[in-house]
Design a protein around this ligand. Structure first.
Ligand code: XIL
Length: 367
């Protein structure tokens, strides 16, 4: 359904977006919605949310969700429910969260998000099954033979995918497997199992839920570079070996102090041509604090470049922001001195980036 709409609109989207690049200012519309609400929903029922506009343009618009904020902060909850058409758990499906103690699973918080998504007719991206980070201590400090580790990974993937079977739209099966130079990252998995762990992970996930769409996901693979080219070589090989992989996730963690990846559509097309879906899975655009008008405009441009790259790619299925309000963001805790990376302010007012995304979607969905 989504794909049929996308295919029909691809040409119109390309033409409209070319115009938007040259002609549409983003700053002037940054002061708020027509009706004075934070994100500008219209009272006449016309589509105004990113999720609704995305639907018209043939893509899902998602956000990462912080489960503590969802429980404690009513405006946050209302924005997640009203603005987006898909959700990704920011942390609660990661290995350290679901199996902090060996053999004892904690599914509650992730189940809660899935119920929330069902109530709000949202899709869920599962994040993430195989990663070098946020692993439980029993795993990273334990002593295991390669055979034992292979069994541990097999069981983790099987148990987690089985638990959520039928409720996950897309799984990030393997996350951040590459170094910047395109070599495979040295991790507990590569060290002990060799590069074949990637194909195995996809096969095991597919066995557990044959209908879920399976993605490989990474950062700094927005444009054409050594890392994205190595990723392309890997997925080409996986496809050749008939490994059940459906898509490539491009995280989209940008910073205004670095050039925006204006060649993103050229890059995504390389994966599209292989018959793979693509998605922007974790968009945010950080800046060195304090924020100012110039940086905030550059940020809007960064978000827009990512979304337009997706809209210009026929089988780019979704665009997810890694949080939507500066009130809750992983950036200040990870990148010292940086922040203000999201599309809404701390008090939920739209920034130029929000307006830019909204305008791009309106143009792509026209006709
Ligand atoms: C981040 C979360 O946002 C933080 O809350 C957590 O402390 C660390 O992980 N790439 C990914 C995400 O794939 O899972 C990361 O999320 C951000 C970078």
């Amino acid at each position: 359904m989504i794909k049929a709409t996308r295919a029909a609109l691809a040409g119109a989207a390309a033409a409209a977006l070319a115009v938007s690049l040259m002609a549409l200012p983003t700053a002037s519309a940054a002061t708020g919605g027509e009706d004075g609400t934070s994100t500008g929903r219209a009272k006449d029922g016309a589509p105004r949310t990113l999720g609704e506009l995305g639907r018209r343009a043939g893509i899902r618009i998602g956000t990462a969700v912080d489960m503590s904020a969802l429980a404690a902060d009513a405006p946050y909850r209302a924005e997640v429910a009203g603005e987006f058409s898909s959700v990704t758990p920011e942390n609660v499906m990661k290995w350290e969260a679901v199996e902090a103690t060996r053999g004892s699973y904690t599914w509650g918080p992730a189940d809660e998000l899935i119920d929330f998504a069902r109530d709000n007719r949202q899709f869920v991206r599962g994040h993430t099954l195989v990663w070098h980070s946020q692993l439980p201590a029993w795993l990273t400090t334990g002593t295991f033979t390669p055979d034992e580790l292979r069994e541990i990974l097999h069981r983790h993937i099987t148990d987690e995918v089985t638990h959520f079977k039928g409720r996950i739209w897309q799984w990030d099966v393997v996350n951040e497997a590459f170094n910047e130079d395109g070599t495979l990252r040295d991790s507990i998995w590569l060290r002990n199992l060799g590069p074949g762990y990637i194909a195995d992970a996809f096969r095991w996930a597919h066995e557990a839920d044959p209908k879920a769409e399976l993605y490989i996901n990474d950062y700094n693979v927005e444009g054409v570079n050594a890392k994205s080219t190595a990723l392309l070589a890997l997925v080409t090989e996986l496809k050749k070996q008939r490994v059940p992989i459906d898509g490539v996730g491009v995280q989209g963690h940008l910073a205004v102090q670095y050039p925006a990846p204006h060649d993103i559509a050229d890059n995504l097309r390389r994966f599209d041509d292989l018959g793979l879906d693509t998605a922007i899975t974790e968009a945010d655009v950080r800046m060195v604090l304090p924020a100012d008008a110039t940086k905030t405009e550059a940020q809007a441009e960064g978000y827009s470049v990512l979304l337009q790259g997706c809209l210009l790619t026929e089988h780019c299925t979704d665009f997810t922001v890694w949080g939507f309000t500066d009130k809750y963001s992983w950036v200040p805790g990870t990148f010292s001195g940086q922040g203000s990376a999201n599309i809404l302010t701390e008090d939920y007012r739209p920034k130029p980036a929000y307006t830019a995304l909204s305008q791009d979607l309106r143009l792509a969905g026209r006709g």
